[in-house]
Design a protein around this ligand. Structure first.
Ligand code: EPU
Length: 418
């Protein structure tokens, strides 16, 4: 089993070229199923979740793989299997995107429940009820969901009770080739939704309003191939900035999009860090000492993202004063707190609230990554600890970060994978 070994206390300095966004690449890879022609995806991150998505494509009879460093080539000429194996479905939460995409292409799909990080209950009721509105019949058979649209999918008016990111994306995938018009009300507004819409539009889809609460999709007969560049990963960017805030030093992050990150960058400013942004770069200087911040409530975009909660908390462990988080998106997203406490952090969790009393020092400790972002938080904290930290279960971290140890050691961190 692999682990990361980190000797903390080294300041960071240098430039990081940011990876492409996991949460944009995954629905886009699934969307390739809708196009019979070749798709060339640039800036596609080489992370274990994108490899899982490509394994699903191969299972479905498509051709998919990386041809160059971050360029993936996908051809879904034939979508042969009528479902996805339980083993592949359980590899990640994003396997659920293939439901909308395969239904959109073939009118039928058999799946089991998706896997993914354990962040509390992650039902797919909204996905299924939206698909039913679009003419899909869903039968539960021996733990599997057998989904069919006998007469093809049709457009529908779909109001969401909560602006779920995955549900919005799955509806878009199912709707682009459906008969007629689909309107999503209370749609998620995350930048990754816009990226999926831009990709589908580049393939010939007709989508309006992505990035607002109302998305309209007019079904077309077919989609063609395209060449597309995946957007930058705003959460990986937040992670590397949190590492620099925790460890100290100065960092330039290039190929990022600061305009997508306002709620996160504001928090770094409150901590006392200095930031200069241009269109695609962030110049970052860690404040010393770091200061506690006003309460952070995780929310849907443009609010503070739940995915950045763990890494920012890690940076705040040594900030002067008391910081408070309210986690409003997932029920069980404080599992990294145990590892942070092992390093000496003073954190109290009460339901959805976490209270962090800044301490002067963190110490080396052995910890386990509890999930993807929690694991990244432990890495950030370890960089600011005195002594050696060992982080196990790093397969979670590999789901979303491209060679995190290489990126961090290139800017001066003492971190190795063994
Ligand atoms: N929800 C339901 N029913 C549904 C769908 C969602 O109750 O049918 C609930 C969820 O249980 C959760 C809330 O709605 O409490 C938000 O879920 P959402 O559907 O918005 O999240 P998601 O699509 O499952 C995506 C990201 C997550 C990110 C969330 C919130 C991808 C592949 N995943 O998940 O990313 O935390 O949006 O922004 O885009 C990560 O990258 O580490 C990660 C977990």
């Amino acid at each position: 089993m692999q682990k990361l070994v980190i000797n903390g206390g080294k300041k960071l300095g240098g430039e990081i070229v940011l990876q492409g966004a996991k949460n944009a690449a995954l629905p886009i890879i699934a969307a390739s199923v809708l196009c019979g022609e070749e798709i060339i995806l640039h800036n596609c991150p080489r992370i274990s979740d994108t490899y899982s998505a490509m394994r699903i494509l191969t299972y479905l009879g498509c051709r998919a793989g990386f041809e160059d460093k971050n360029t993936a080539v996908i051809k879904a000429e034939n979508v042969s299997a009528d479902g996805i194996s339980d083993e592949l479905m359980r590899e990640m939460r994003s396997s659920i995107f293939f439901l909308g995409a395969v239904l959109g292409r073939t009118g039928r799909c058999r799946i089991t429940l998706p896997g993914g990080c354990d962040l509390g209950p992650r039902p797919i009721d909204m996905h299924l009820s939206a698909l039913r509105k679009m003419g899909v019949t869903i039968r539960e058979e021996f733990g599997a969901l057998n989904c069919t649209a006998e007469n093809g999918l049709h457009g529908a008016k779909i109001p969401l009770s909560f602006p779920s990111v995955g549900t919005t994306e799955n509806i878009m995938l199912a709707a682009v080739l459906a008969e007629g018009t689909t309107v999503i009300h209370n749609a998620a507004r995350e930048p990754e939704i816009i990226d999926l819409a831009s990709f589908l539009t580049a393939c010939g889809a007709k989508i309006n309003g992505a990035g607002s609460g109302k998305i309209t999709i007019n079904g077309v007969k077919s989609l063609y191939g395209c060449e597309y560049t995946v957007m930058p990963d705003r959460i990986a960017c937040a992670t590397y900035l949190a590492c620099a805030a925790a460890a100290g030093g100065e960092l330039v992050v290039s190929d990022c999009r600061p305009s997508d990150m306002e709620s996160i960058l504001t928090v770094f400013e409150q901590m006392g860090c200095i930031l200069h942004t241009t269109g695609e770069k962030i110049y970052f200087s860690a404040g010393r000492p770091l200061k506690a911040v006003t309460p952070i409530r995780t929310m849907v975009y443009p609010g503070f993202p739940t995915d950045a909660q763990a890494v920012i908390m890690a940076a705040l462990c040594k900030a002067k004063g008391t910081s408070v988080f309210a986690e409003n998106i997932f029920e069980n997203r404080y599992k990294h707190v145990d590892g942070l406490r092992r390093m000496g952090a003073d954190i109290l969790v009460e339901g959805k609230v976490a209270v962090i009393e800044g301490v002067n020092r963190l110490y080396g400790a052995k910890t386990d990554a509890p999930d993807l972002r929690g694991g990244a938080g432990l890495v950030a904290a370890a960089l600011s600890a005195e002594g050696t930290c060992e982080i196990s279960n790093i397969h979670y971290i590999d789901r979303g970060y491209e060679e995190i140890e290489k990126v961090l050691s290139s800017v001066g961190a003492d971190i190795v994978r063994i």
